[in-house]
Design a protein around this ligand. Structure first.
Ligand SMILES: Nc1nc2c(ncn2[C@@H]2O[C@H](COP(=O)(O)OP(=O)(O)OP(=O)(O)O)[C@@H](O)[C@H]2O)c(=O)[nH]1
Ligand SMILES: [Mg+2]
Length: 199
């Protein structure tokens, strides 16, 4: 819940990455606590909201989950434009998706906001036996590009809350004590109001 006196930040967050890397699954795990073995590919993009309180702020995420299929690539700028945070996802069992993730990072750096909080997520860490991308490769690339790196699994829930918690903390630090006029309780009734807190 929003803590009294705590600043409230409304943040647009975009997920990018190759098709099938688990973008929708990561969001569904974070927002609804659900996971589907046969998640349908996203068409265009999907929108979710979630509220997360960290000690420095309450962050209201407006999440754009983009479609990874190549034919939707040209739509991506619509979703990353104006974003405060971007989550680039690859699948540890596919080197191709890591290569694609690097291209997304280059595109974000070229066309995006220089203050963008960027996270690189190595998803499907439960598929260790099929690993093609070593942890160190992801770590090194993210260090070189000023990104936060985490290995996660939408399937087992590993590091999902930690991912969004870390982003929220970085957003809070990037928005020092400038309270916004977002009032959580004046939201329309049909907007999702879930709370997700760690520890
Ligand atoms: N083993 C495993 N499978 C996962 C994980 N995350 C997602 N999947 C599976 O991977 C497939 C693709 O997941 P999606 O969430 O649809 O991937 P996406 O990145 O949203 O795909 P597009 O919408 O096409 O871009 C689904 O069958 C999921 O069940 C994970 O952490 N571990
Ligand atoms: Mg999807």
């Amino acid at each position: 819940m929003a803590r009294p006196g705590n600043k409230i930040i409304q943040a647009k967050l975009v997920l990018l990455g190759d098709m099938g890397t688990g973008k929708t699954s990561l969001v569904l795990r974070f927002v609804k606590g659900q996971f589907f073995d046969h998640q349908e590919p996203t068409i265009g993009a999907a929108f979710f909201t979630q509220i997360l309180s960290v000690s420095e702020a309450t962050v209201k995420f407006d999440i754009w989950d983009t479609a990874g299929q190549e034919r939707y690539h040209s739509l991506a700028p619509m979703y990353y434009r104006g974003a405060a945070a971007a989550v680039v996802v690859y699948d540890i069992s596919s080197m191709d998706t890591f290569i694609r993730a690097k291209k997304w990072v280059q595109e974000l750096k070229k066309q995006g906001n220089p203050n963008l909080v960027m996270a690189l997520v190595a998803n499907k860490s439960d598929l260790e036996q099929n690993r093609e991308v070593q942890t160190e490769e992801g770590e090194q690339f993210s260090q070189e590009n000023g990104m936060f790196f985490i290995e996660a699994s939408a399937k087992t829930s590993l590091n999902i809350n930690e991912l969004f918690y870390e982003i929220a903390i970085r957003l809070a630090k990037a928005n020092p004590s400038k309270p916004t006029r977002v009032h959580l309780h004046s939201e329309p009734q049909n907007r999702r109001r879930l709370f997700c807190c760690l520890g």
